[in-house]
Design a protein around this ligand. Sequence first.
Ligand SMILES: Cc1ncc(COP(=O)(O)O)c(C=O)c1O
Length: 318
Amino acid sequence: MEQADLIWHNGELVAWEDAKVHVLTHGLHYGTGVFEGERAYDTDRGPAIFRHQDHLDRLFKSAELYYMPIPFSLEELRAATHQLISANGLRECYIRPIVFRGYGQMGLYPLDAPADVAIAVWPWGAYLGEEGKREGVRAKVASWRRIPHDSLIPAAKACGQYLNSVLAKIEASKAGYQEAILLDPRGFVCEGSGENIYLVRDGVILTPPSAAGILDGICRRSILQIAGDLGYQVAERDLTRAELYLADEVFLSGTAAELVPVREIDDHAIGAGRPGPVTGELQRVFEDALHGRDPRYADWLDVVRMPAPAPAPLTGSA
Ligand SMILES: Cc1ncc(COP(=O)(O)O)c(C=O)c1O
């Protein structure tokens, strides 16, 4: 992976290679942590974090669901992220805040272990590749079901929960596909291993509801709003596996992957087997929103103030 110079760790900026934890860190053993995935884009107004407040809100909600008070305020984490991007001199980056139960207490009762907080930023290209964004990806329905509401908390972005996505991703990759699609415990469509999913049928955009156990994606909220603004009819309802195969278009969305068309599922071509017009239009407007090119969505951007460039050296005779 690409690196940056500095990582924010419990209130301090430390060198990338010094941001370390003890091997008896609670979260390492039991997955007791929560995190976010965000991106900053290079815009005309400077590097801008997409829907920063919404990501931090979700981080605090995920932590609360796992009884883990975060020892910093939301405003402190927001400021720390700005400071970190600016100190690393990055115009565009992926942002990974994580809060996890640290060192000092083992055993399954975690409430006496400290909550450690770190934020890392680094340059990271589109998760499913630029070609995937352009041409569409091939996906496979995983044999692993998405975690049920009565075992874990699908709405939380919690570290241990990602073992579910990891198994599905490995299965899909080993079988030669780029992404896995998980069904919920009832057998309805849920989401990708790290993305929400949508289908288009007769011009209507359909996506599974939160009761299906999805993560309430920040991109999903944005895309549903954009779709409505563009005049599309949108519905959140349970979808069957066959509805995916029979769709005119299917696409995924997530912060790491952005908006990605799906051209094939389980070796069935979706529509004409290439990205369709609705996906293309949504992708264009979404990308414009991310990069600050659409004034309708300017409020979604949290602009980072970068240090002023050093003044040019004075020239001329002394
Ligand atoms: C399991 C899962 N679903 C959906 C998403 C999409 O969420 P967002 O749009 O907030 O990145 C992600 C990515 O964070 C994810 O990991």
